[in-house]
Structure formats: C-alpha cells, structure tokens
Design a protein around this ligand. Structure first.
Ligand SMILES: [Ca+2]
Length: 265
C-alpha cells in the first residue's frame, strides 16, 4: 500500500537473523532445514505501461496478463500482453482505489483498498457483474482450487469462499517464528502462496496452511526504472502456468520482468 508505513527495518532485522543462521550452518557443514534462500534470474524484459500503479498481476488462462491498478481517480483493470497490447480496460469509480485481482472460474475479483468493496467481474470481458463487502482493508488476492486468499497489509492471510467472498478462516504469517507484516500482492501456485513484502524488494513463499514462510526471495537485483518516488516500489507477481517462471513488476514501472527463482549465494 502507499500511505501506510511499514517497518522495513523490522523485516531487515528478521532477514539478517535468518541469513546469519544460514551462514552459521554452512560454516560447520551442517544441513539444517529452514527457510530456503533464493534470488531471481532475469529471463527476459518486456515493456509495461508506466502509468499503471500496479496493485494486482495475474496470467489468465489464455496467456494474457490481467492488471489491476490503484490510486483514487486513476484505478482500472485491463488485460495486456508481453508487447503491452492492452484490451478490456475498465475504469473504477472515481472514489475507489483498486487493489489485488484474481480469477476464479468465470469471475475476476478486484479488491479495493479501504472501501470494503470487492468488484465481481466477467472473466472474459472484465465488465462488472456485482459487488460484495468485506471488513478491513484489501491488498493482495489470489485463488486456489476451493478458496480465495486475501492479504490486508498485516501479518494475516484470510481465506474466502469463492462463491460469495465470505470469510472462512485466517492464518498468521510467521518467518522463523516471528510475525511477518506487510504481506502485499499475492500469487497462488499449487498449494503455495508467494507474496511481495510492502516497501521492500523481498518476496516470500508461504505455506498457507501453517502460515510459515518456507522461502525468502531477494529480488533486489531487478532494475527499478520507475520514477524517483517512494511509492514506485516492487509490486506485482504472476506465475506463468506450466513453467518455473514468474512475471514481476512494480508501481509505475516501465518493465515487466520474466524471471526464475534460483538458489542464491
Ligand atoms: Ca498475483
């Protein structure tokens, strides 16, 4: 999110603890189960709409890319390609600040930040077909087989019923036993959830049943060619189905990076 401060200092501390723990085990040659440490390998760079304050990113069934954007008076949803050929663009109401998006069946859901409103859209045309309500804020969203998963900037993930967006559960997210706040844009891949962490270049892989972080991905090597603005941060993660690749972008970034997550060090 843009306006709420998240303590990246706290996360840095947790990462430092985690890394030094890895270092220590490496030094003595002891294999220790724990949080996997990954980096990104850039496979390709694609052009992206630099006017998009990207808040949600997902690859649709036909290979096109769904993008949801934020800021009041500027929010929209659209479909695009790796050549930045856009279609099915719909503006949100002036007062709404768009957030995460995801497709489940014939519906694309689009969160809004603080309005407590989720917009239900036709998955092909992206036209609005209804709305539902939820408490609190909406940040990231992704879809598993029988549930939707929502982040709200805290250290919790919520589970929602895809039929009516009603809440069916919550789980606290922890990194090596400590709460991890600032969970932002989400991507469901099989039974796992990836999330980028607000105001950082870190991505985490989460076991959504236990809430434990199972991998830390350092995406700091991605060039940030966005404007010189504190909000122009990494945001947006989408898996390319059937591959080991992901798209990553950021708010007002002119680039869509196609990457792999690879062991670092
Ligand atoms: Ca996503």
């Amino acid at each position: 999110m843009t306006l709420r401060m998240f303590s990246s200092l706290a996360l840095s501390g947790l990462l430092a603890t985690s890394l030094s723990a890895c270092q220590a085990s490496d030094d003595v040659g002891v294999e220790k189960p724990g949080v996997e440490k990954l980096g990104v390998e850039i496979v390709e760079r694609h052009p992206f709409d630099e006017t998009s304050f990207t808040q949600g990113l997902e690859v649709d069934e036909n290979g096109s890319i769904l993008v949801g954007t934020g800021r009041t008076g500027e929010s929209r949803i659209y479909r695009t390609t790796t050549a930045d050929e856009q279609s099915h663009s719909h503006d949100l109401d002036e007062e709404l600040f768009g957030e995460g998006i995801t497709r489940h069946g014939d519906t694309v859901w689009q969160l809004t930040w603080q309005a407590g409103t989720v917009i239900e859209r036709d998955a092909t045309t992206l036209t609005e077909k209804g709305r539902a309500s939820y408490p609190g804020e909406g940040w990231g969203l992704c879809a598993q087989q029988d549930r939707l998963i929502l982040s709200d900037g805290t250290d919790e993930l919520r589970y929602l019923a895809p039929e009516d967006f009603s809440e069916i559960g919550r789980v606290p997210i922890t990194l090596e036993g400590e709460p991890l706040a600032g969970i932002n844009e989400l991507e469901c891949v099989g039974d796992e959830v990836y999330a980028n962490i607000f105001m950082s270049t870190d991505i985490v892989r989460i076991d959504p049943d236990s809430g434990e972080v199972t991998a830390l991905i350092d995406a700091s090597r991605l060039p940030n060619n966005g404007p010189d603005h504190p909000d122009a941060v990494l945001n947006g993660i989408a898996h390319l189905p059937g591959t080991d690749r992901f798209y990553l972008t950021g708010k007002w970034w002119p680039d869509l990076y196609e990457v792999r997550f690879v062991p670092s060090g």
